[in-house]
Design a protein around this ligand. Structure first.
Ligand code: ADP
Ligand code: MG
Length: 686
């Protein structure tokens, strides 16, 4: 039977019904699927070492001559142990095979072989155990790189390698190429046959790279072909005409940064265009997004419209209100605050001044979308930290300003690499605050383990002696029972973190409530308080305001303090069980300190050691301060699908952003080229 790209895998030699079922678990149902099942890694068998120069524990290839035949010995429970000696010019070693009695026929005295495996050198003895064996045959080249495939039970490496190799030789040049000669030529890409051979059985690193480049391009191209085009906005929105922000800039206590001026300019252009603004302002913590939002509000009100600013928590809403009313109040703009705790007469008064148009800016939580809230001329809606809201809530607020015809500004502190933002917020324009206000200091970051506990206590005392305050963040609210798994654990697991690293029984998550008590015993002279998400909003806010006013020295909390709060006098952030937090989350938390003039510190406490990926993440935090770089690391490690999950629950549907090969951060050039080629293709096919 002639095998083609679309032939069912079941018709390949060596694949029956059972194996076909197993292969299906890997997403392989046709010969084509098989060829697009890419290796997850390669064994570098080209790393050939003389026996004498290999180090204990090293994995390498050895070209050896067998000095003896394999002698099999029977062990308990039907197991066998095969042994032989082999040598090269530099020395000799013992080779053992467990449960591979057939090696007796594969390896024979006097033959030359490439053995690939881990060598142990102990007590003057040199041993290779169960290495991979390939005979050296005149005229047949041994590949330096050998593919390692993702597997499933019932399917092993050898079988996959054999099937792939048979499929490739059966198909020959008969492989459909979605890119076609023209696109390949324009972008200096190899054809599909070369690419598939290159990825499964690369001759060298160079041909592997070339194959990958072509396949990554293809992956991005397919994605770009399928991606929707940017939504057209045919509604009209308030067309503002007075765009002078001189008075605002003069009132603002600092000179605006270049990035702030640029973003405000982009917003002004949007709102002067008569087309509804849909803009995302994206900036690292502390980059000064509030000033940009305030300027936008200022412009809207100046032109006779009202502005609503929605924040995800009450604490943040209050803080925005304070900042905005101070800034805009001085410019003759009346601001109001509406949250769940605005009651009775105050609420009625707000409603009235909103309806009459007397109130220019209304800041609040999702209480803003409540039924009683009616604006007279809502022209601009601002959402802060947008990933905390669902689409529904944002839409509901927009509806108060006539839906499509209202300007909308979204502010996100999650730095999103530009390429990713294009997908996520394809319908949004983007302004990036890529410049920090001057004089901002780096938050010195340390990674320590429990043995530093005493010194940490001393460090908290030192902050207090200098008149400063400390945050301590714990991963849990209450202590878990033995063996319980918290929601947080499940979330981390969802993100692809190694749960075993995190779930060590000797490393239970510190609970904020309990830890606050423990700290009080160690620091009896200090005012210590605890705040967490299970408290009533009013309680939480009371404690936050006390901390903000300086009447609390140490605030023990969960991640409720993650977003936005601004206490410039806090100079130390201690994060307990730091391995349990996502990188972007750690970065947000760290952004809570270093907001004033004084030198600030972030201490990541973790007992996770050695070479774990958790430890590597903490190292990234210690050495990297740029939120965008951190986000890119996160993205590279967890893949965009998971990254998106953490950024914004509403974009989880972008599951198709899971690429096999492409990395949206690293492959930006290829990505741009692929989008361009896809666009051309779409135009041609109309
Ligand atoms: P973000 O919301 O982006 O995290 P904020 O708007 O809260 O940042 O600003 C962080 C701090 O930087 C605030 O204390 C703010 O007053 C200050 N700030 C903002 N813009 C400037 C500027 N241009 N120059 C100096 N300080 C600034
Ligand atoms: Mg902010």
């Amino acid at each position: 039977m002639q095998i083609t790209f679309d032939t069912s895998i079941q018709y390949m030699r060596g694949v029956g019904e059972t194996r076909a079922k197993a292969l299906l678990r890997l997403g392989i149902s046709t010969v084509g699927d098989l060829l697009y099942h890419f290796p997850r890694a390669y064994e570098f068998r080209g790393n050939v070492k003389p026996l004498a120069s290999a180090e204990n524990g090293e994995t390498a290839a050895f070209i050896l001559t067998a000095a003896t035949d394999v002698k099999n010995a029977a062990l308990k429970r039907g197991m066998t142990l095969g042994k032989l000696r082999a040598f090269d010019e530099s020395g000799s070693c013992e080779i053992v095979f467990f449960n591979q009695p057939y090696m007796k026929d594969t390896v024979v005295k006097g033959g030359e072989y490439r053995f690939y495996g881990k060598i142990t050198k102990e007590g003057g003895k040199c041993m290779l155990s169960s290495p991979v064996v390939e005979p050296i045959i005149e005229g047949r080249e041994l590949l330096p790189l050998v593919a390692v495939y993702p597997l499933t039970s019932g399917i092993n490496q050898k079988l996959l390698a054999k099937l792939v190799s048979e499929a490739l030789s059966a198909l020959g040049d008969n492989i459909p190429d979605i890119l076609g000669a023209e696109i390949c030529e324009e972008n200096n890409l190899c054809g599909i046959g070369t690419a598939l051979r290159g990825i499964h059985a690369p001759k060298d690193f160079k041909s592997l790279e070339r194959a990958k480049r072509r396949l990554i391009f293809e992956e991005l191209y397919r994605f770009a072909l399928g991606a929707g085009d940017v939504k057209k906005r045919d509604a009209t929105a308030p067309k503002l005409s007075d765009m002078d922000i001189t008075a605002f800039a003069e009132k603002f206590p600092y000179p605006l940064t270049g990035a702030q001026i640029r973003s405000i300019g982009e917003i002004a252009m949007d709102m002067a265009s008569g087309i509804p603004m849909r803009r995302l302002v994206c900036g690292d913590v502390g980059s000064g997004k509030t000033a940009v939002a305030a300027a936008a509000a200022y412009l809207a009100v100046k032109n006779g419209y009202q502005c609503a600013l929605m924040a995800p928590t009450e604490i943040l809403a209050v803080q925005h209100y304070n900042e905005l009313s101070e800034l805009l109040g001085g410019l003759g703009i009346k601001c109001g605050l509406l949250t769940g705790s605005t009651k009775g007469a105050a609420r009625r008064e707000l409603h009235d001044s909103l309806k009459s148009g007397e109130l220019g800016v209304l800041v609040g939580t999702h209480a803003l979308i409540g039924d009683g809230v009616k604006f007279s001329r809502l022209g601009l809606v601002i959402c802060d930290e947008q990933h905390r809201f669902g689409v529904g809530q944002r839409e509901a607020l927009l509806m108060k300003g006539g839906g499509d015809s209202c300007h909308q500004l979204t502010m996100s502190a999650t730095p999103i690499p530009r390429t990713l933002a294009m997908f996520l917020y394809g319908e949004l324009d983007m302004s990036v605050l890529d410049e920090m206000p001057p004089g901002r200091q780096r938050v010195e970051t340390f990674v320590v383990n429990e043995s530093y506990r005493e010194r940490l206590i001393g460090f908290i005392r030192k902050q207090k002696a200098e008149g400063h305050q400390t945050y301590v963040v714990c991963p849990a609210v209450e202590e878990l029972e033995a063996g319980e798994v918290s929601q947080e654990d499940i979330r981390l697991f969802d993100f692809g973190y190694d749960i075993n690293e995190i779930m060590r029984p000797k490393n239970p998550p510190k609970a904020a409530t309990v830890w606050a008590e423990t700290l009080s015993e160690s620091l009896p002279e200090m005012r210590i308080a605890c705040v967490h998400g299970k408290m009533k909003p009013a309680e939480k806010d009371a404690i936050m305001s006390e901390f903000s006013a300086g009447s609390i020295d140490v605030l023990v909390s969960t991640t409720v303090i993650e977003v936005g709060v601004n206490v410039p006098n806090a100079t130390l952030m201690i994060i307990e069980n730091a391995e349990r937090f996502g990188l972007s989350q750690l970065h947000q938390l760290r952004g809570r300190v270093g907001r004033g003039r004084a030198k600030s510190y972030c201490v990541l406490v973790s007992d996770v050691g050695g070479k774990s990926s958790a430890r590597e993440r903490l190292e990234v935090m210690r050495t990297t301060y740029d939120g965008f770089k951190i986000a890119e690391y996160d993205l590279g490690e967890r893949g965009p699908g998971d990254f998106l999950g953490s950024v914004d629950a509403e974009v989880r549907q972008h599951g198709d952003l899971r690429f096999k090969l492409a990395n949206l951060c690293e492959d930006t050039d290829l990505f741009d080229a692929a989008v361009c080629a896809a666009k051309k293709q779409k135009e041609n096919s109309i």
